[in-house]
Design a protein around this ligand. Structure first.
Ligand code: PNS
Length: 166
């Protein structure tokens, strides 16, 4: 299916503070199912972030460069509105464990009441990535651990520069 009127768009929202290999795996897999995937990076208002919106966008864009059918944009406000703006037919989220499922199901039900036509589709995280969270990666980096196995190459130096001041 091409990018015409019938192209199916999914939105993959998140803080991406920073983008991890787990996020990237989900995004790549979503792009196999949908014609177009919009990686929607939540703005500053949503919560406290280590990296600015511009930094998070830049890291996500670098990580997704060369991946077909994937674009990275910022969003603020309600996710369902961002989904409407980009013409998404589904929100795609990854689930790592039952705790993710409980939390994500609550948001999915709420989003469904806000916009019944927009479905949330869950993909189970690949076992190679289920231990990776942006928060744990930041913690490990702050304590001097090697984060190379968990994040795209371009993110490593940004984490080290921010979390290990000389
Ligand atoms: O990577 P995160 O921090 O788990 O991402 C959370 C995010 C940005 C997906 C979530 O906070 C969100 O959907 N924010 C948009 C605001 C919104 O629509 N809130 C109501 C959800 S029921």
């Amino acid at each position: 299916m091409g990018q015409g009127d019938t192209a199916r768009t999914a939105i993959c929202p998140g803080s991406y503070d920073p983008i991890t290999n787990g996020h990237l795996d989900m995004i790549r897999r979503a792009a196999k199912v949908f014609d177009r995937v919009v990686v929607a990076v939540a703005g500053e208002a949503q919560k406290e972030h280590l990296f600015s919106l511009e930094e998070r966008l830049a890291m996500a864009r670098e990580a997704c460069a060369g991946l077909e059918g994937i674009e990275v944009r910022a969003f603020d406000g309600l996710l369902v509105e961002a989904a409407r703006e980009v013409g998404a037919v589904a929100i795609v989220k990854g689930l790592r464990d039952p705790a993710d499922a409980v939390f994500e199901a609550r948001m999915a039900y709420m989003n469904r009441t806000l916009m019944p036509a927009l479905d949330t589709i869950f993909m189970l995280a690949d076992p190679n990535y289920i231990h990776i969270t942006s928060s744990l990666v930041k913690w490990i980096c702050r304590l001097g651990g090697d984060v190379a196995p968990y994040v795209p190459p371009g993110v490593i130096e940004k984490l080290v520069a921010r979390l290990r001041p000389r």
